[in-house]
Design a protein around this ligand. Structure first.
Ligand SMILES: Cc1ncc(COP(=O)(O)O)c(C=O)c1O
Length: 359
């Protein structure tokens, strides 16, 4: 008998951005810049760091499994009840829980292609069939996704803004999706990059909860809050959905450090504001500079840009690595690279290295 189910046999593990230390080990480059994982280049909020330092001495104790203080803070921020909030070890865990809690292999999942690769991984890991609906001109095609829904469909994922394209879907299209997809389906609006979006028609789907009962809104502290290493994200959904996911969640999934740092980070409005301003300024500069060089840049509402080089991107990725600049290639987008918006200095380093490897 096979050791694993066929979909796990076929699963390619998630490959994240290359760590700086790995490049140092492999190529002996000591001053690399990493623009590969959509992290906050300004670092964590100083207030979050201070809060985390204060609790290090309690590392012998298990965390508060119910994460009372952080959930209370989030409930206040979003004007929802604490019972409507679930914390995850990164929002990644929330995506996984949505599938493990609600789907069996007899059911079906819908997501976009290319979109966040974890949707595919969690479906394969649980052996749940899925339809990956192609994006249209690098934007989620919500009508086509709605059409892909079958009687067995249980979960539909939308990343807005999307990763790796950075593109967004507007309010009217999201409202139509929330209204028209059969009510049995749980729609997961994955808004990891929401804080970076500035398009006037970008919808905060928390404001659309009235349109649909089975809606999970997913957020993270890994991006604008700069806490990716601490692994904390959350879902906001009706209490009955949260209750079921809580049954499946590991008891101490969010560490004490993560809980206190995230709680403090919510109040650091200056850090969020300066992170957003840097991103808007540098995203615009990167996009304009790359477009002026004749490269095609997808319109981004996130903290990264996807550029199409018009030729195989892998050799360019490798040449950039040798210059100490780490970006992100994608097997399913063979002529594109995704570049996280860094500080001005980091972006200059990338732009300089790119003109050397692609004169
Ligand atoms: C669209 C999207 N959703 C979710 C995540 C998961 O982030 P985390 O698990 O760090 O919260 C990412 C990470 O890159 C992402 O791009």
């Amino acid at each position: 008998m096979a050791l694993v189910i066929p979909s796990i046999e076929a699963l390619t593990p998630y490959e994240g951005g290359k760590p700086i230390e790995e490049l140092a080990r492999e190529l002996g480059i000591s001053d690399a810049v990493k623009l590969a994982s959509n992290e906050n280049p300004l670092g964590p909020s100083p207030r979050a760091l201070e809060a985390a330092r204060r609790v290090l001495g309690e590392a012998n104790r298990y965390p508060d499994g119910a994460a009372y203080t952080l959930r209370a803070k989030l409930a206040e921020k979003h004007r929802v009840s604490m019972a409507e909030i679930l914390l995850g070890c990164g929002s990644n865990e929330i995506l996984d829980l949505a599938v493990r809690t609600f789907c069996t292999p007899a059911q079906h999942i819908v997501f976009g292609e290319p979109a966040f690769v974890v949707y595919r991984i969690v479906a394969l890991a649980s052996g749940v069939p899925f339809t990956a609906v192609p994006l249209t001109k690098l934007v989620h095609d919500l009508p086509a996704m709605a059409e892909a829904v079958r009687p067995e469909t249980r979960v539909l994922f939308v990343a807005n803004p999307n990763n790796p394209t950075g593109t967004h879907v507007g309010r009217a299209a999201v409202e139509k999706l929330l209204r028209e997809v059969p009510p049995e389906v749980i729609i997961v609006m994955d808004e990891a990059y929401l804080e970076y979006a500035e398009a006037p028609d970008y919808p905060d789907s928390l404001a659309l909860r009235g349109l649909r009962e089975r809606l999970i809104v997913c957020r993270t502290f890994s991006k604008i809050y700069g806490l990716a290493a601490l692994r904390v994200g959350y879902a906001i959904a009706p209490q009955f959905i949260i209750d079921y996911m809580n049954r499946v969640r590991a008891p101490f999934n969010v560490s004490t450090l993560a809980q206190v740092a995230a709680t403090a980070a919510i109040d650091d409005l200056d850090h969020v504001r300066s992170s957003r301003e840097l991103n808007q300024r540098e995203r615009k500069r990167l996009s304009e500079t790359l477009s002026a060089r004749g490269l095609s840049v997808a319109p981004s509402q996130a903290n990264f840009v996807l550029l199409d080089l018009g030729k195989p991107a892998r050799p360019v990725y490798e040449a950039l690595l040798r210059k100490g600049v780490i970006v992100r290639p994608f097997a399913n987008l063979p002529s594109s690279l995704r570049v996280t918006v860094g500080t001005e200095r980091e972006n200059d380093r990338f732009l300089g290295a790119l003109s050397e490897v692609m004169p």
